[in-house]
Design a protein around this ligand. Structure first.
Ligand code: ACM
Ligand code: ZN
Length: 493
């Protein structure tokens, strides 16, 4: 009997016997095809399992056949084999593994989680736990936000002050309940130095190895030209004015950005990217591009001279030139650039990937002009927003939106994209910024289980999605993440 993944539990009871009836449907993300059979495998999995390469199976896809006396896995890539094992881990219970035939492959190839270590440093232990949780949910990209106005978090050997100076800020905002809009203490400094917090290159190699073993690609982000105050604090000559600053103790967007007219600043960024490209084996590097105020550039003789010399269209043209320069620089090292959707203002090259965050519009426009895009619109992909659960103890950014689990589950990265352009949509990701997450426990609470919902949107074909059934499975996954990974998960209401 052929049944779609969204078969109901009631229907399953007909074909799956005993105490684990319906267990196949505990899998997140929902597999794209399930045939339930009678019987349960109760033997030794390690002894009974066999593997087979099958070139006809799509990349990252797999076939898993469980019978009462055997388990067979077929795949065409190691990632596919790995995902078959993730499914098996979720099928398995104390009673055994239900007999089943699953044929599965992801809807999208970019299934990401964005991780911000800059505003609050979450650290290696929390990150490794999250990589485990990602693997279980078949998420395969970690977008690692490493540089900001409030802190520089990656060791660069050529420029030691980036971490000696740039990873320490002179305080943080006093925690306050933002739910009280009259509260002003948020803009008071607690005057407690924050840092030094950063990853050494050895730490980063360890994280990369851990991720690689779980078929997760890490995409490092070096923000340019904006969100650069921590770097400018370490090396004031990188900015337009040469002024000395501290990394910001408070949140927001600094007007002091990398000087686009200074050849030494360009060389500095190339040097940083050299070390980043050497360190990270993945094929893509994120070069930021969002929220770069142009005030300092307007009055900077070097920036203005570059605009004039190259005939650029003002300051936006200068940012476009920088994006183009570093995209080509990365290409010369065999890497592809991704940038936030503001880079579209600068007419990026066709190989540049656009990350659509201010809404779906950036991704829609990118696909129209022939660029690949990753969809991560604030609604519903920004997980630092209120999640609409009762008595939530934590603080959130307030965009006036409530991004519930169900709202996340409604995410469709290709909505609004004509069919012939949909191949440009590589996938999507959940973004979790850390201004309002003081520690990993709060951060995890915001990620999970909403990230499970986004994971299913990125893996499971639209026709196989089913909100009530997802909600049931999400409760099982939530218990697993708490029990096995000690991850703090929000309740499912
Ligand atoms: C962003 O949220 N500024 C990309
Ligand atoms: Zn300048």
């Amino acid at each position: 009997m052929k049944t779609p993944a969204k078969i109901t539990t009631a229907a399953i009871a007909v074909v799956v016997c005993g105490a684990i009836q319906g267990a196949a449907l505990n899998v997140i993300p929902a597999p794209n095809s399930i045939v339930e059979k009678e019987g349960v495998f109760t033997g030794n999995i390690a002894e009974a399992i066999s593997y087979e390469m099958d070139g006809a199976i799509p990349e990252e896809g797999y076939r898993l056949v469980v019978e009462t006396n055997s388990l067979k896995v077929a795949y065409s890539t190691e990632a596919g084999k790995f995902y078959a094992m993730q499914t098996l881990a979720q099928l398995r219970s104390q009673e055994g593994v239900p007999c089943v035939e699953i044929v599965d492959a992801p809807r999208f190839k970019w299934r990401g989680v964005h991780w911000d270590d800059c505003r609050h440093f979450m650290g290696k232990e929390a990150l490794l736990k999250t990589l485990d949780a990602m693997a279980l949910n078949k998420l395969n990209v970690l977008h690692w936000h490493l540089t900001e106005d409030q802190g520089w978090r990656i060791e660069i050997k050529k420029y030691p002050r980036l971490t000696e100076v740039g990873s320490i800020r002179p305080g943080s905002p006093l925690p306050v309940v933002l739910k009280d809009p009259s509260c002003q203490t948020y803009w008071q400094n607690n005057n407690i130095p924050y840092g030094p917090f950063y990853y050494t290159q050895e730490d980063i190699k360890e994280v990369i190895a851990y991720a690689t073993a779980r078929h997760i690609t890490i995409i490092p982000e070096i923000e340019l030209p904006g969100h650069a105050l921590a770097a400018i604090s370490a090396y004031p000559q990188l900015g337009c004015t040469g002024e000395q600053f501290d990394p910001w103790w408070h949140w927001g967007v600094s007007e002091h950005i990398f000087c686009g007219g200074n050849d030494d600043t360009i060389k500095f960024l190339e040097d940083v990217l050299d070390e980043v490209c050497e360190l990270f084996p993945g094929p893509i590097v994120h070069i930021g591009g969002d929220e770069a105020p142009k005030k300092a550039w307007k009055s900077c003789p070097k920036c203005q001279a570059r605009i004039k010399e190259l005939g650029l269209e003002g300051e936006e043209g200068l940012q476009g030139w920088m994006t183009d320069h570093f995209t080509k620089y990365l290409a010369s090292k065999g890497k592809r650039a991704v940038g936030w959707d503001e880079i579209l203002d600068g007419n990026p090259g066709k190989d540049t990937i656009v990350m659509s965050w201010r809404g779906p519009g950036g991704g829609i426009n990118a696909a129209k002009r022939g660029n690949d895009a990753v969809m991560t619109p604030i609604d519903p992909c920004y997980l630092d927003q209120v999640q609409g659960i009762a008595d939530d103890p934590y603080e959130y950014i307030n965009y006036g939106l409530v991004i519930t689990l169900e709202r996340c589950y409604g995410f469709n990265p290709t909505a609004g994209i004509p069919e012939e352009e949909q191949a440009h949509i590589l996938g999507g990701q959940g973004n979790n910024w850390t201004e309002y997450s003081w520690n990993p426990s709060e951060y995890e609470w915001k990620l999970w289980p909403r990230m499970c919902a986004l994971a299913e949107c990125l893996w499971t074909n639209l026709e196989n999605k089913d909100w009530p059934d997802f909600k049931r499975r999400a409760a099982v996954m939530r218990s697993r993440l708490i029990r096995e990974r000690h991850i703090n998960c929000a309740p499912i209401e």
